[in-house]
Structure formats: C-alpha cells, structure tokens
Design a binder for this molecule. Structure first.
Ligand code: NAI
Ligand code: OAA
Length: 308
C-alpha cells in the first residue's frame, strides 16, 4: 500500500517521517518541484530505517507523478508557508495555483485516493481540491482541526499541570487565527469538565493561546511549524489506513450539517478507510453556534476569491 506526500518541505517531510516510523504504508512517495529535493529527503529518511526499526520504503521524485500511481492516500503540503506577521489567508495568491495543479495531477494517477489537504489557507484549499478533483465528498479531508485540537489539549494540560493524554478537547471552525473555536465547555480532564478546575479567565487564556498557536510558533521559528502539523497529518493518514473510525476535527464539505452548505470547514467527523464517514453533531449551544456561523462566513469570504 502506497501513501504519497506532495511537498517535501518542512511539513511534508515530517508527515513522511511519521508515516515511515509508524509503518503506515509499504511505500511513501515524496514529490516536490525543487530539483533533487524530494530524492534527498527520501534518501535521508531511508537511512533512518535501521536506526528507528521501520521497513517502509521512502521514494523521492522531482515532479514525476507516475511514481505516485495507485496511492491509497495523498497528502498535499505543497505551497508557501507564512512568515512572522502574516496571516494564513495572505498565502492564497500563491497557493491556489499550486494546490489546483497538484490535485489534478494526483487524481490522474490515483483516481481512488483519499486526499488530505494541509496547504494554507487550509479550508479554502480543501474546498478547491474538493471542487477541482470532482471526488466524492468523503474522500477529501482538510487537516487543521486535528492539529488545533492537539494544541488545545497541550494548553489545557499546561494550565492543569497534568498529562496531556488525560485531557480531551476539540477545536472546530476555520483553521485561522480568528476563526478557530476551541470548545472549552465540552473539554474534560479524566471525564470531568475542565471548568471544575480552571477559572473562566484561565479558560479564556487557554482558548486564545490555542487560536494563535500557529502564529506564536511562526514568530519563534521565522517560518511556520512542522512537528505537530506533520504528526497531525500522519494521524489522519493512520486513521484511514488502519480504518480506526476515529473522531477527529477536520475540514469537510458540508451539505446542511452544522447549518452550513457548500463549504469546507472544521467539524467533528469519524475517519476510517473510506475517508470521513460521518459528521458528529456536538449539539452546540447558542453562543457556540454564533461563533461557528461567523467562522464559516469568514471562510466563505475567502472561498469567494477562488475562480471555480
Ligand atoms: N493545515 C495545517 O494545519 C498546516 C498547514 N501548513 C501549510 O503547509 C504548507 C507547507 O508548509 P511548509 O512545509 O512549512 O513549507 P515549505 O516551504 O517547507 O515546503 C513547501 C514545499 O512545497 C514545494 N512545492 C511548491 N510548489 C510545488 C508544486 N507545484 N509541486 C510540488 N511541490 C511544490 C516547495 O518546493 C517546498 O519544498 C504551507 O502552505 C503552510 O502554511 C503548515 C502547517 C500546518
Ligand atoms: O501557522 C501557520 O501558518 C501554519 C499552520 O497552519 C499551523 O501551524 O497551524
């Protein structure tokens, strides 16, 4: 079984590394446009096999899509990342052309693949991939909420001074600094509401830190993050290839769910071998519903920039 990752940069190489480490496929193909770059990353990763004890072969290619043929999952990370002070939305001008072309090339060679879109602005790029691939809606998944939820759990664990794995929390809405919605009311620590332990002010602080999680890292690193984005991308791949039926937050094409139509935006879904299988209704309260509506409106405005 083959998994392809397009873009062998920071995020793509990290997705490929986690996929190999977890042996999620027999073969991981890394494709980039920069001459020799994907080949180099693949060789470097293959030289980790005996050190890290995996038997997944990584293949690098400069733009040869025939090597991606027959992939079960393809992950799109190609495109420019933001620099400090920028928003993800500012990347649209460059990334729209890249994501559209890459999607079309991938589908030609892997018509049965499930697409996982990571390039930013992610919700709009997912919508673009869904439209330009013509794939059934369940086979296009935008990865943002899985990362945002892991950052939310990290921030909650930091505030609670506990093991992050004992904390549950989900972020829905757009994958943007102002559009994310950390669902504080529903977050739990070992099955008890986090509000039992943290004040309203502290929870507000946690939510704010979660929303600007990507911007904070971009400020520190000079480019955007890759370890957690790569791990989150690989977690989505794992849910598919291992048919985990896992509840994850992901940007998917909505047809009435959460009151939205003809848009890709982050909602809780079950992910398994067929892609996203079902949207789960979290029964938002009025305040959360209003936030979700505003978030979707902002994503929709960005989608208006697409020429479809
Ligand atoms: N959805 C999410 O949660 C996250 C999204 N991102 C986004 O992922 C994207 C990639 O970020 P990084 O890996 O840090 O950037 P990067 O610059 O390290 O890597 C991007 C790679 O894409 C390649 N590329 C450009 N055009 C291509 C094409 N037409 N075909 C194949 N490859 C092409 C470049 O040569 C480069 O190697 C950015 O748009 C970034 O904003 C990053 C982190 C999290
Ligand atoms: O912050 C960025 O631009 C990259 C990204 O989407 C993230 O790390 O959440």
């Amino acid at each position: 079984m083959k998994v392809t990752v397009v873009g062998a940069g920071n995020v793509g190489a990290s997705v490929a590394e986690y996929c190999a480490m977890k042996e999620l496929a027999d073969e991981v193909v890394l494709l980039d446009i920069k001459e020799g770059f994907a080949e180099g990353k693949a060789m470097d990763l293959n030289q980790c096999a005996t050190l890290n004890g995996f038997n997944t072969k990584v293949v690098g290619t400069t733009g040869d899509y025939s090597k991606t043929a027959g992939s079960k999952v393809v992950v799109i990370t190609s495109g420019i990342p933001r620099k400090p002070g920028m928003t993800r939305e500012e990347l649209i001008g460059t990334n729209v052309g890249i994501v559209k072309t890459v999607t079309e090339n991938l589908i030609k060679h892997s018509p049965d693949a499930i697409l996982v879109v990571i390039s930013n602005p992610m919700d709009t790029m997912t919508y673009l991939s869904a439209k330009s691939s013509g794939l059934p809606k369940n086979r296009v998944i935008g990865m943002g909420g899985t990362l945002d939820s892991s950052r939310f759990r990290y921030r909650l664990a930091e505030a609670l001074d506990c093991n992050p794995n004992d904390v549950q929390g989900v972020v829905i809405g757009g994958h943007g600094d102002t559009t994310m919605i950390p669902l504080t009311r529903l977050a739990t620590y070992n099955s008890t509401p986090v509000s039992n332990y943290l004040s309203e002010e502290k929870l507000e602080e946690v939510a704010k830190a979660t929303m600007v999680g990507g911007a904070t890292l971009t400020g520190l690193l000079g480019t955007s993050a890759w370890y957690a984005p790569g791990a989150a991308g690989a977690a989505v791949v794992e849910a598919i290839v291992r048919d985990q039926k896992k509840l994850m937050s992901a940007s998917v094409y909505l047809e009435g769910e959460y009151g939205q139509e003809d848009i890709c935006v982050g909602v809780p879904v079950i992910i398994g071998k067929d892609g996203w299988e079902e949207v789960i209704d979290f029964k938002l309260n009025d305040e959360e519903k209003a936030k979700f509506e505003a978030s979707a409106a902002a994503v929709r405005k960005m989608n208006d920039a697409l020429e479809l």
